[in-house]
Design a binder for this molecule. Structure first.
Ligand SMILES: Cc1cc2nc3c(=O)[nH]c(=O)nc-3n(C[C@H](O)[C@H](O)[C@H](O)COP(=O)(O)OP(=O)(O)OC[C@H]3O[C@@H](n4cnc5c(N)ncnc54)[C@H](O)[C@@H]3O)c2cc1C
Length: 320
């Protein structure tokens, strides 16, 4: 980046938009975020969230993004006020688990198979490892603070078209999640609805994630006095109104594993739309004289790859 500081418009204030905007603002760019939802209202705020094995493609790129993000989350876990901490926990399945381990599991230095006595009733295989857990509402607040401290501006304002964005700035970063379907007409991005039930934490310090292909599972992630229970995956659903039956199912499945959750007070039920795409769209498009950097379509991995993607997006944005 040479000469005068460029003006950059970032569309979207979820984890992708905020992380990219932080990096650009800290490099000295004048950054404005325009967003339909404030950070706390986005899908990103609904995520559990855990850094873990990645299912999005393209594999070589997502693994590299995940590795870079893992390093950042380890650092952030040592900083107070970020909402990131490291926790030991279990990933388990009722079915046999594939013997081959994805490459990114090499970053889990204490990873080991569960002993049979460590698995909940009905589970046949599992592994234990220490992983970064991210308390998303607090983490998005932290990113927003950091963005504003670097001189960034955040506006609630819907961007109706790419022409509107290109008319405002010669450099645009598109971090609209499922919103990209409408903004850039990308029919390859589909919503996969997820619902969480946030309860008062009765004292659970470990996370648990059930591996399941069924679209429903049990998971819990502790963030201090807040425990985030999951989960479901419902493709093609757009309605972000919590479903009572889904809540009841999540509570029942989690209480089967941790009976102390049977009577724990529910704080809120929250719904988000994972932006599923065959592969993450992170690339430059030249449009009406503007350089548009797309950074969307991260499916169920957007938090876990956020720093890697943001670094690449920031480089593409400022690469003259
Ligand atoms: C229940 C659930 C659990 C999850 N758990 C995890 C997990 O453990 N780990 C993990 O890595 N990921 C997880 N995910 C996935 C993760 O939440 C997403 O991949 C990630 O939040 C996507 O972030 P984003 O910033 O790209 O999109 P979003 O958070 O959806 O943000 C999109 C932004 O764009 C704005 N926008 C859209 N269109 C426009 C427009 N036209 N004009 C202006 N603004 C616009 C929106 O208002 C919003 O601010 C989970 C998701 C769900 C739903």
């Amino acid at each position: 980046m040479n000469g005068r500081s460029p003006r950059v418009l970032v569309i979207g204030a979820g984890v992708s938009g905020l992380t990219t905007a932080v990096l650009l603002a800290e490099r000295g760019c004048h950054v404005r975020i325009r967003t339909t939802e404030y950070p706390g209202e986005t899908t990103s705020a609904v995520a559990g969230a855990i850094w873990g094995p990645i299912s999005s493609g393209p594999r070589e790129r997502t693994v590299a993004w995940a590795r870079r993000s893992h390093g950042r989350f380890l650092e952030l876990a040592n900083e107070p006020g970020t909402g990131v901490h490291l926790a030991l926990g279990t990933v388990a399945s009722r079915e046999p688990i594939a013997a081959t381990r994805p490459e990114e599991t090499r970053l889990m230095t204490d990873l080991r198979a569960c002993e049979p006595g460590e698995l909940p009733h009905g589970f046949t295989a599992g592994a234990r490892a220490t992983l970064p857990l991210i308390d998303m509402p607090r983490y998005l607040d932290y990113l927003t603070r950091r963005f504003r401290e670097a001189g960034g501006e955040l506006l609630r304002s819907q961007v109706p078209s790419l022409s509107d964005a290109a008319g405002e700035s010669r450099i645009v970063v598109n971090c609209t999640g499922v919103g990209a379907r409408e903004l850039v007409g990308d029919a390859g991005v589909l919503p996969v609805l997820g619902q969480h039930v946030v309860v008062e934490n009765p004292g659970i310090a470990e996370y648990f994630v059930e591996l399941s292909e069924s679209g429903r599972w049990a998971s819990y992630m502790p963030h201090g006095d807040r425990l985030v229970l999951g989960g479901v995956a419902v493709p093609y659903a757009w309605d972000r109104v919590p479903d009572r039956e889904v809540t009841a199912g999540i509570l029942r499945r989690c209480a089967e594993i941790r009976p102390e959750l049977r009577d724990t007070p529910v704080r809120e039920e929250i719904v988000g739309l994972r932006p599923r795409s065959e592969s993450v769209r992170l690339k430059v498009e030249h449009y009406e004289g503007a350089r548009i950097v797309h950074n969307y379509g991260h499916g169920g991995d957007g938090v876990a790859v956020s720093w890697g993607c943001a670094h690449e997006a920031a480089e593409l944005a400022t690469d003259e």
